[in-house]
Design a protein around this ligand. Structure first.
Ligand SMILES: Cc1cc2nc3c(=O)[nH]c(=O)nc-3n(C[C@H](O)[C@H](O)[C@H](O)COP(=O)(O)OP(=O)(O)OC[C@H]3O[C@@H](n4cnc5c(N)ncnc54)[C@H](O)[C@@H]3O)c2cc1C
Length: 375
């Protein structure tokens, strides 16, 4: 694939760049209050949607523009370059609904997902079911035209701000574990849903425990057939990554330049050890970029994302964690104090990158299977 922009893509990139320069909310990255940051994210989603930048690759009949995924990659790249707030990730929930949803579900759930009117979270993991997700124990018992759900979910990111949840629960305990799981589209406002934010080492509460006590879900809100939950979960996870990675690369480079400036300010740029680590960080970014471009070209040619996303996930976690580690090396004890204190928060934020979305060890298992290595 030729990675250069076509004339149409170049024109789109130029008008997008101008639009971003006008519309990125000033001072968004200085907001400290979590609720205010969540409100800013919601407003940002709305602004992007109204300008036609959300769901560009989605079919027109569901509110998209039927454009190639290249346009989303360009949006991610330009937003990352200009240090815009995080772009909303509607793709993976959207993909689950328009692959497995009934026509009625698509009409009901897709437009508010795109517009940002409805925020979603993903209720998959449980205290005893993370890597081994198929052993989840939250139970959904059929009772007339409703399911009654009981159980506990863990690490539900954004659960405290979400309006809806894509929930996995066991509907048949008597069949092999992968086959007894179903997926549900559930309002987080239902009676019986209790959300408890978890404060992480970074000081942020970006994820939650969610308790489900006798929560009633209409049968019409089951996504797909009974027992199809595992397949739906795997589709969702495969689409969590993709063109959005390009945005990560742009913001990675932005951080790398800041780390380089930190080294220069402290007179460490001439130190061979620091130079070697900075060079390695540049190489990691470039390896990740090339990997992303390859995946993007497969996506553009119509191939569904598959297990090769595990390679990108590993490269990404390694790049992000090594870079934040390098910032700690450069700052030494200064990272605990004053203006440099924000780096400690970013360091802690980088630690779970190798855990969420499937841990590094699990990604290695998937790659080993892909390569046909002995088990
Ligand atoms: C910040 C954050 C946000 C998250 N957001 C969400 C979310 O929004 N929704 C959601 O559903 N979940 C979310 N998760 C959960 C995440 O997907 C799980 O934490 C992850 O899958 C690991 O599961 P676990 O925590 O139960 O660890 P475990 O599965 O208990 O793993 C513990 C350790 O054992 C290793 N291990 C386990 N099994 C194997 C194996 N077969 N081979 C080799 N090593 C193995 C793991 O790699 C890990 O190092 C989030 C997690 C974090 C930390």
């Amino acid at each position: 694939m030729d990675y250069r922009d076509t004339p149409e893509e170049a024109e789109f990139r130029a008008s997008l760049r101008a639009w971003l320069a006008e519309n990125i909310p000033a001072g968004w990255d200085k907001i400290e209050d979590r609720d205010e940051a969540a409100r800013m994210q919601r407003a940002w989603h709305r602004t992007l949607y109204e300008a036609g930048y959300i769901g560009m690759s989605w079919p027109k009949e569901y509110g998209g523009r039927s454009l190639s995924p290249m346009y989303e990659a360009i949006l991610n790249e330009e937003a990352g370059n200009l240090n815009a707030p995080r772009l909303p990730s509607v793709g993976y929930i959207g993909r689950a609904v328009f692959t497995y949803g009934s026509e009625e579900q698509k009409k009901r759930f897709l437009p508010p997902l795109l517009s940002g009117e409805a925020q979603w979270c993903q209720g998959f993991s449980e205290p005893e079911a993370g890597s081994d997700l198929a052993s989840l124990r939250t139970l959904a018992r059929l009772d007339g035209d409703h399911y009654v759900v009981n159980g506990q979910k863990m690490w539900t990111s954004g659960g405290q701000y979400a309006d809806w949840c894509l929930l996995l629960a066991r509907t048949d305990p008597d069949v092999p574990k992968h086959k007894g799981i179903s997926a549900f589209l559930v309002s987080m406002r239902e009676p019986g849903v209790t959300v408890r934010p978890i404060v992480l080492a970074s000081g942020e509460a970006e994820t939650c425990e969610v308790f489900w006590d006798d929560v009633r879900i209409p049968v019409a809100q089951r996504l797909g057939a009974p027992g199809e939950g595992w397949r739906i979960a795997m589709t969702t996870v495969a689409y969590e990554r993709g063109p959005a990675d390009i945005g990560f690369i742009a913001s990675y480079r932005h951080t790398l330049r800041r780390v380089e400036r930190l080294a220069a300010e402290r007179g460490l740029l001439e130190r061979p050890e620091t130079r070697k680590k900075l060079a390695a960080a540049y190489v990691r970014g470039e390896v990740l970029r090339l990997n992303c471009m390859e995946q993007l070209s497969l996506r553009v040619s119509g191939r569904e994302p598959g297990p090769e996303g595990s390679v990108a996930k590993l490269l990404w976690a390694d790049a992000e964690q090594s870079l934040q580690h390098l910032a700690m090396d450069i700052l030494g004890a200064d990272c605990m104090t004053g203006a440099a204190g924000e780096w400690l928060g970013s360091y802690f934020t980088s630690r779970p990158v190798s855990v969420y979305g499937g841990s590094a060890q699990i990604q290695k298992n998937i790659i080993a299977r892909m390569l046909g290595l002995p088990r």
